[in-house]
Design a protein around this ligand. Sequence first.
Ligand code: FES
Length: 293
Amino acid sequence: MRPFDDIDRLAAWPALDRIAAPARDLVNRVLTDRKVADVLHGVPIGHPLHPVLAQLTFGSFLSAGILDLVPRTRRPATALIGVGLLSAAPTAAAGWADYAQAHEEQQRVGIVHAAANITMLAGYVASLAARARGRGFRGALWGWAALAVGSAGAALGGHLSYHQSLGPNHAEPYAHIGPEDWVDVGAVAELPEGTPVQRTTGDVGVVVVRRGDEVLALGERCPHASAPLSDGELTTADGAECVVCPWHGSVFRLTDGGVVHGPATAPAAVFPTRVRDGRLELRVATWPGVPAG
Ligand code: FES
């Protein structure tokens, strides 16, 4: 048994749902402002925000732990613990926002990740309290203990991202597996007007929308967690026609796949279209969000 296989046991442990599900519901009740949710997911920066902030938080704690090993560096170590604790609030908020839009197995691991991080933060509060009382060595001991727990939490976070795919761009493979040359996908006249439909081009699925003579196409799978966008509904946002993901409500512009609302932070894959003799042809854009023309 490899050590990280045990994390998969957490993902398959339904008993965790007794905590994970109420936590998810609580976040969804609190996080009702869509603009705030978009910021926490990382939509404005086009990248998940939580791992960016986590670098500051955990990096500060890790640096403090190293400085506590070096003579006469306890004050800068204490300052770094303060930075870590201050940055923990936005880091946690971004993490909880992502957690609330994850699937069940991810939430089981996510709730243990959160528990480890909360324990770590309590340890650093104890560390600061000891330092404030002039007990620097005891503060360092608290810090190292907290760092050990936080490292376990960080490993769970890495597993969530790299193994359970919470956060990565699920539309990225399209640029590599979609057809580079034009591929016939059927008669334009057979496409319903103004309704997303699924078609296949090469080895990949696409969602196609016809508006009169214009046909727009995106990769079928949502960049957030691979939901089928052809099951989504059309809407208008910021003056552009968009498709709404059926699972967690991300909104993508049909023209360029751009993210209007998260939780997705990466654009949907774009498939430029052309019509020849009444037949629709598609090919994949060289990079998601950058039409090949
Ligand atoms: S799969 Fe989550 S928003 Fe699309």
